[in-house]
Write a protein that binds this ligand. Structure first.
Ligand code: SF4
Length: 412
């Protein structure tokens, strides 16, 4: 899962193989993804969402039941992020959210526990949205791929027009209204060799919080423009140059991947489980719960929500209108997914020097890149875990004048 910029705190968890409804009170949910509608008003060619032309919307009665089930599960045992996503969230009117927030806020814990966030393409942001986002202190991530030519290459409307102007207008509106935001940028074939242009673009537009996603093979996006030999080397060069520029300027940009790497190196254990390993919310059952607009839910990576597969059946593990979150434990697909995620992570722990710092990274990338959760390395983990850590380590070692201890260079 690559949408949000801030990693969640580490809750106490139990080993997944002991997961039963009876002992589930010791689990905790760090992220709740709710899909208000599958619809998106634009049509990026790398999008993983299969039903983005579907304009149906979650009924408020469904939201009410969903939240009742979430609170009743006991999984909301600490503050958690509620991410409105899996479609363009701002394509649903503000009036719908006013009622939705009123429903959520009825629960006495909501004020202290629910941290609302949206990941938006920015094209529909206006003053009214900014007033709403400010009033409810909603954390905002906006998807921007860089300068016009780069952004418009993939991020187009259904009629094929670029969305750069509209997204930039939305971003300027956020700035004018004092809404804090971060930017998520997808690196693809068109941008991977152009770190300087992207760096200058952020600096020129006052963008300071950035997360990079590498164009992924995921869901409806069956191939990546980076599917060719040498991609890892090009991605490494991108990050290296970006880091050099940022360092030369005194680190004005907060880059999620480098911040995570620095924290892993300088504060080992900052997001760790009791066994000392990184807490990987995406690999923990119920660490993330993802609910579609009909109340169907999945766990693990949000990208799996509603995706049919040959190997595992449906990634829908139940419906919160008719059952509870823990009904998933009796679902065959859930148990097979969980068993394979655990098996893949055991292999990661045995074979990869980075396991302590990533906890096995994103299960959805393992599935879509390697065909099974029971696997290890992916382009996503090489790009967003291994390479940033290598660059930060090399930089620290240079500064300290010590012999290199950097783990092996990733495969191309
Ligand atoms: S970096 Fe990749 S291969 Fe290494 S432990 Fe993490 S997921 Fe596994």
């Amino acid at each position: 899962m690559n949408a949000t910029l801030a990693p969640a705190p580490a809750p106490a968890t139990i080993p997944a193989h002991r997961l039963t409804p009876r002992n589930s009170e010791r689990l905790a949910m760090g992220l709740l993804v709710i899909q208000p509608s599958p619809f998106c008003n634009i049509n990026c060619d790398y999008c993983y969402l299969p039903n983005r032309a579907d304009t149906r919307r979650m009924d408020h009665a469904v939201l009410e039941r969903v939240m009742d089930k979430i609170w009743a599960s006991g999984l909301a045992a600490a503050p958690f992020s509620l991410l409105w996503h899996a479609g363009e969230p701002l394509a649903v009117p503000i009036a719908w959210y006013e009622k939705a927030f009123e429903i959520i806020n009825r629960h006495p814990k909501a004020k202290d526990y629910v941290i609302h966030s949206v990941q938006t393409n920015g094209t529909l942001v206006n003053d009214a949205w900014c007033e709403f986002l400010n009033r409810h202190q909603v954390e905002v991530g906006i998807s921007l791929d860089g300068p016009r030519e780069i952004h418009d290459h993939h991020r187009k409307t259904r009629s094929g027009e670029g969305t750069f102007d509209k997204a930039m207008r939305g971003m300027e509106c956020l700035k004018r209204n004092g809404v804090p935001f971060g930017v998520v940028t997808v690196i693809s074939d068109i941008s991977v060799d152009r770190p300087d242009e992207i760096y200058d673009f952020y600096r020129g537009h006052g963008i300071t919080g950035i997360g990079f996603n590498i164009e992924e093979i995921e869901g409806a996006n069956r191939s990546s423009s980076l599917d060719r030999d040498g991609a890892a080397g090009r991605i490494r060069s991108f990050f290296k140059r970006f880091h050099e520029r940022n360092k030369a300027d005194g680190f004005p940009l907060n880059v999620r991947e480098f911040q995570n790497a620095e924290r892993n190196i300088l504060e080992p254990g900052w997001s760790s489980r009791p066994d000392g390993n990184y807490y990987n919310q995406e690999a923990d059952p119920f660490g993330m719960i993802n609910v579609d607009c009909f109340g169907n839910f999945s766990s693990f990576s949000p990208e799996l929500l509603g995706q049919p597969t040959e190997k595992y059946g449906s990634f829908t593990f139940g419906n919160l209108l008719s059952g509870s979150v823990f009904d998933a434990t009796g679902n065959e697909s859930f148990q097979r997914v969980l068993a394979d995620i655990e098996a893949g992570n055991r292999k990661c722990a045995e074979t990869c020097a980075f396991f302590k710092y990533c906890g096995g990274a994103s299960p959805s990338n393992k599935y879509y890149e390697n065909g099974t959760f029971d696997s290890t390395e992916t382009r996503q983990c090489v790009s967003t875990v291994q390479i940033p850590m290598q660059i930060v380590l090399e930089d620290l070692e240079d500064e300290l004048g010590i012999t290199a201890t950097v783990p092996p260079i990733p495969r191309a």
